[in-house]
Design a protein around this ligand. Structure first.
Ligand SMILES: Nc1ncnc2c1ncn2[C@@H]1O[C@H](COP(=O)(O)OP(=O)(O)OP(=O)(O)O)[C@@H](O)[C@H]1O
Ligand SMILES: [Mg+2]
Length: 241
C-alpha cells in the first residue's frame, strides 16, 4: 500500500474537520475525494502533506509514519500537492517557479535541474517565457504552473486540490488528459474536486466526505447510486450529474 490514512481526527478548536478517517491508496490509482463545501477535503490533503498535524491517528507512506513530519520533508519523501488557490512566487517567471521545486523538492539531487524544469513544463504544456512573471498568468496557466511545480519534485503521489476550478470546457478536457498522463508516468493521484463529471471519468475509486465523516467509498458507479451520497448532496448545484 502506498498511502495509509489510519483513524485520522482533526479538530480546529471545537470544530471536528475530520473524524476518524481511514483510507488506503494503492500505487497507480486515481482516487477522488468529494463532498460538499466544508466537508474536510482540503483538510485531509493538508494532513497528508504535513501542513496540519492530526489530533489523533496516523498517516503512513511506503510503510513509514509521516504524520508529524514537516511539509518539506514529506515533499522530499515523494508527496507533492497543488493548492485550491495557487500561490506561486509572483515576481519569479514560470520557469524560475518550477526551477525552485526541481532544485529543492526532491529526495535525490537532480543532475540538471534546468533540463528537468524544461521537461516538466513541456509535459504540462506551459511555455518557458522568461519575460513573464507568475503574477501575470491566467487561471488556467496558474493551475498548470502549480501542477508543474508539484511534478518537478518528482513525487510518487500527487495531491490535487480543485485543479479544475475556473477552467473552460476545453481546458477541462486538457486537464483530464494531463491527469491520465501523470498517472501513466508512474505517479499515483489523489484528486479533490467538485466537478462530478471529471471525477466520475477519471477515478478508479471515490471517497465521499460529509461534515468530516467518510460516508461512502467505492467505484464511480457505486457512488452515484449510493443513498447517503445523494442525501449529502441534496440542494447542491453540482448534484451528481
Ligand atoms: N485552518 C483552519 N482553521 C479553522 N478552521 C478550519 C481551518 N481549515 C479548515 N477549517 C474548517 O474545517 C472545515 C473543513 O474545511 P476544508 O477546507 O477541509 O473543507 P473542504 O471540503 O475543502 O471545502 P471546500 O469544498 O469549500 O474547499 C470547514 O468547516 C472549515 O471552515
Ligand atoms: Mg477545499
Amino acid at each position: 500500500m502506498l498511502l495509509q490514512i489510519k483513524s485520522i481526527t482533526k479538530k480546529f478548536g471545537g470544530l471536528i474537520a475530520l473524524h476518524d478517517i481511514d483510507l488506503d491508496v494503492e500505487e497507480g490509482e486515481i482516487v477522488g475525494v468529494i463532498g460538499p463545501n466544508g466537508a474536510g477535503k482540503s483538510t485531509l490533503l493538508n494532513i497528508i502533506a504535513g501542513v496540519h498535524k492530526p489530533n489523533s491517528g496516523q498517516v503512513v507512506f511506503h510503510g513509514e509514519k509521516i504524520s508529524g513530519m514537516q511539509p518539506d520533508r514529506i515533499c522530499r519523501l515523494g508527496i507533492s500537492r497543488t493548492f485550491q488557490i495557487p500561490h506561486p512566487f509572483p515576481k519569479l517567471s514560470p520557469f524560475e517557479n518550477v526551477l525552485v521545486s526541481a532544485t529543492f523538492g526532491s529526495h535525490t539531487p537532480v543532475k540538471d535541474n534546468r533540463a528537468l524544469t524544461r521537461e516538466v513544463m513541456a509535459f504540462v504544456g506551459i511555455t518557458a517565457n522568461e519575460q513573464t512573471t507568475a503574477a501575470n498568468l491566467t487561471t488556467h496557466q496558474l493551475r498548470r504552473l502549480d501542477l508543474a511545480r508539484a511534478l518537478a519534485s518528482r513525487p510518487k503521489l500527487i495531491l490535487l486540490d480543485e485543479s479544475a476550478a475556473g477552467l473552460t470546457p476545453n481546458e477541462l478536457a486538457d486537464l483530464q488528459e494531463l491527469i491520465l498522463k501523470i498517472r501513466a508516468s508512474g505517479v499515483t493521484v489523489m484528486i479533490v474536486e467538485h466537478l462530478m463529471r471529471l471525477i466520475m471519468e477519471l477515478c478508479d475509486r471515490i471517497v465521499v466526505l460529509h461534515y468530516g465523516e467518510k460516508i461512502a467509498e467505492g467505484s464511480p458507479s457505486a457512488i452515484v447510486n449510493n443513498d447517503a451520497v445523494t442525501n449529502a448532496y441534496l440542494g447542491e448545484k453540482y448534484l451528481l450529474a
